[in-house]
Design a protein around this ligand. Structure first.
Ligand code: AMP
Ligand code: ZN
Length: 136
């Protein structure tokens, strides 16, 4: 039955299902909405920041937009201020965690080749010790 639908309609239905699935099951949306536990270290109208459950450094915080955005690939022009705000909050948290002077790393994994596991945009803030370089 589905195969008889025009291609654009199939794509639209798939997209709507994906958005519905993500919004109703996304663990980061649940954390943002207080429906799942996390150690929240910062919250405002646009973003929420919480400690990574499997820290890869002494400080490992995830900063996420409060609205569901799958990845950098899904960013729209109107999200530019929000994307910038993620960095402002990262800088603020780095100072709060006392890792600003020593240095830290900000990572945004995007898509399967980068190992993105959670399809809700997030900025990793890692610091508190020396990190190997170069990456990749
Ligand atoms: P990424 O590979 O960039 O998608 O990273 C996802 C990150 O989310 C990983 O570092 C996980 O350890 C972290 N993570 C997954 N579930 C949770 C959770 N419930 N609370 C905090 N961090 C999480
Ligand atoms: Zn989400």
């Amino acid at each position: 039955m589905v195969q008889f639908l025009p291609a654009f309609l199939r794509r639209l239905i798939t997209l709507l299902l994906r958005v519905y699935y993500n919004m109703s099951n996304c663990i980061f949306c649940k954390i943002v909405n207080n429906e799942a536990n996390a150690t929240i270290v910062y919250r405002d109208e646009q973003v929420t920041a919480f400690r990574d459950i499997h820290p890869a450094a002494p400080t490992h915080i995830l900063i996420v937009p409060n609205k569901h955005i799958e990845s950098v690939n899904s960013l729209e022009v109107e999200d530019e201020a929000l994307a910038g705000h993620l960095f402002s909050v990262a800088s603020q948290l780095a100072a709060q965690e006392e890792i600003a002077e020593g240095g830290y790393r900000l990572i945004v994994n995007t898509g399967p080749n980068a190992g993105q596991m959670i399809f809700h945009l997030h900025l990793h803030l890692l610091g508190g010790g020396y990190m190997r370089h170069p990456m990749g």
